[in-house]
Every structure is written in C-alpha cells, then in structure tokens.
Design a protein. Structure first.
Ligand code: MRU
Length: 352
C-alpha cells in the first residue's frame, strides 16, 4: 500500500482526499457552520456518504467513487484473494446506486474497472494510482475550463450561478466557480450573484462560503429573485455546472437551472454550462432519458430540524431538471468549447 500518494490541489478547499490509506472527506452537510472531516474506511461508508450528501457535486462524487473502488478492492481481496474480481462486484453495484443523476459516478467506476486486467496480485496500488490520476486530471480540467470560460465572458461584469459547482463539488478549483475564479483573477468580474438553491441551500451554504473565503464579491439572492435581477439589467451571464450532459447537448443540473435558462434567454443574457467531458454521457440520447433523482419530502418540509410546513402535507422534491441544448449558449469543457451545442458538435468535441 502506498501511503504517501495523494492528489495535490493548490486550492485550500478540498472535499475529498486519500490520506494514510483512507478517504478523508469534508462533511458538506455541516457547512458553513462547521468544518468537519471524516475518515472513510469501507465502501459502504463511501456509498452512504454519497447518498447522504456529505460529498456532492458530480466530479467530487466521481472522485469519491474512484477512491471507493480502492476500498472495495481492498475488502474483496481480503475476503477472497483468488477471486476478488467476483467479490468486488456487489460492492461496485452498491456504490453505483448511491445517486442516479450524476454520470461521473458510473464513469469513475467504469474507468477504475478498466485497470482490473492489469492486476497480478493485490489490486490496491494499481487502483490507487488510477484514482489519484482521476483526481489530478479533474483539477487540471477545472483550471483549463476556468481559462476557456473566462475568455468567453470577458466583457461581463456580473454573473449569476446556481447550486455549488466549486472546489467543494470537484477535485479542487471548480467548474462554474473555476470560470468565476479565473475571471476574477483577470479583473473582469464585478459581482457574483448566487441563488440560494432550495431546498439543500448549496448556493447559500457552499458557494457563498467558498467565494467569501477567496474574497470574491458575492451577493446571495433567493432563487425566485433571479428573474427580477435579470429584468433590471443586473446580470450579464448565467454560469452553472452539470450532472450529466446527454449526447444531444441537453443538460441535467440542480433543480432551478432550467428556470434560470428560460429567464436568461427571455432577457437576452448568456447561458454557460461548464463541465468536464467525464460528465458527457453519449449513451443517453437526450435529456428526457436522464434519470432525475427524487429526494425525501422531509428536505422540503423541514429546515435545520424545524418544520417549515405542515409535515402531513404532500411534498414533491425532484432535485435536478433538464435544460434543453437550445437554451444553452456555450458548453465549456477541458477539451474546448461548444457554442450552440447539438449532437454533431458534441460528437466532434469528444473526438478532439
Ligand atoms: O445535489 P448536488 O449538490 O450533488 O448537485 C450538484 C449540482 O447540481 C452541480 O451543479 C453539478 O453537480 C456540477 S458540480 C461541478
């Protein structure tokens, strides 16, 4: 076991890391009040952490899953040295089912599985190398997307972002927030509006926390205030991440993204999606085919342990929506940018 190996990010916020043979994970449920890290030593602990959203954000889920495969292989090898490849399968199924929408989860497991053929004896060090590579490539992709996206919005003063697509949601730096960080470094950004992102409040709790730490000017708004701000000329670009991009360029992202995209188009504003190519799922033809996660009604009915609606009422809590490609001005990836995305342009991008 190579205890010293670790992916390195120069960003102070790290959601997931491999440290001394276990996964170190920041508990995002407790932010911004508390910065608590957990040590995860089993694949079932990683599965629960993804499902219960200690870690969230598509690329960070993928990285956690990649390290989770290392733990799964360790468990499988301990239980059956000869046939660990069979013993690992139920563990990988459990991991893959933790959350349905972010395709990076299955992508990371598939990529880790490609290493299985190379293993002669104990699988841990080969798999750990691959997980660290996935982690490092994600950080590099974020930096590249940051540069590319910042070039596109160079005349923008104010941007709106939704949910959290920052260092917390990735290997480090961020996708949408990576573009925002790069634009701020280039001095082409005046203000970031963050919509609070009901019901889990990723915008209020996580994006506001991250940007404030970096001293990037941030103004928090209620989700429902976005249309008014657009109408009054306060926003130039909407910049968001993605959980899955279908083959035709439709994008699944946090619930409320579609509403922002419709409003942006109505007001003639730019709408940018920033995501690594690991988020593109060529096996899903269009957005209609993307599974949308439904989470418990209790997340809507309660806040911080107190009821904010009668608990007996029915509540509907889909946590992602689909923004059709036609409403997207540009998708930024580490391989390059796609303006007015469609199936042909996405296919061409993936061949670069
Ligand atoms: O439910 P979450 O917090 O996992 O949803 C996260 C998002 O919707 C993000 O915008 C997306 O995963 C991209 S993160 C770089």
């Amino acid at each position: 076991m190579s205890k010293q190996k670790q992916a390195t990010s120069d960003h102070p916020v790290q959601a997931v890391a491999w440290q001394d043979g276990v996964i170190k994970m920041l508990d995002q449920r407790l932010l911004p009040g508390q910065e608590t890290y957990h040590s995860l030593q089993s694949v079932s602990a990683v599965t629960h952490a993804i499902r219960d959203m200690l870690v969230r954000g598509a690329p960070a889920i993928g990285i956690a899953a990649a390290y989770g495969v290392v733990l799964a292989a360790r468990e499988a090898y301990l239980s059956d040295r000869q046939d660990w490849r069979t013993a690992i399968e139920p563990r990988l199924r459990q991991l893959a089912e933790a959350r349905p929408t972010a395709v990076n989860l299955q992508w990371a497991i598939d990529r880790m599985r490609q290493q299985f053929d190379r293993v002669q004896a104990d699988p841990e060090s080969i798999l750990l190398n691959e997980a660290i590579t996935i982690h490092e490539q994600d950080i590099a992709a974020n930096k590249r997307m940051g540069e590319l996206g910042a070039q596109i919005i160079k005349d923008a003063g104010n941007v709106l972002t939704h949910c959290n697509a920052g260092a917390l949601a990735t290997g480090g730096y961020g996708t949408a927030l990576g573009v925002i960080r790069s634009a701020f470094a280039n001095k082409t950004l005046d203000m970031v509006y963050a919509s609070e992102t009901r019901p889990w409040l990723q915008g209020a709790r996580l994006t506001a926390w991250e940007l404030d730490r970096d001293r990037i000017p941030i103004t928090l708004i209620a989700d429902s205030a976005a249309g008014y701000l657009m109408q009054s000329g306060s926003i130039d670009w909407v910049i968001v991440g993605a959980d899955r991009i279908a083959a035709n360029g439709d994008v699944a992202n946090k619930i409320g993204t579609y509403t922002h995209a419709v409003s942006a188009r109505h007001h003639g504003l730019g709408f940018m999606v920033v995501a690594p190519t690991s988020t593109i799922d060529v096996n899903t033809q269009s957005g209609h085919k993307i599974p949308i996660e439904q989470r418990p009604a209790g997340e809507l009915l309660n806040h911080a342990g107190s009821a904010i609606a009668p608990n007996a009422v029915h509540a509907y809590n889909p946590v992602f929506d689909i923004t059709p490609a036609a409403l997207i001005d540009v998708i930024v990836t580490e391989k390059g940018v796609v303006h007015a995305p469609d199936e042909e342009k996405i296919r061409e991008l993936l061949m670069r």
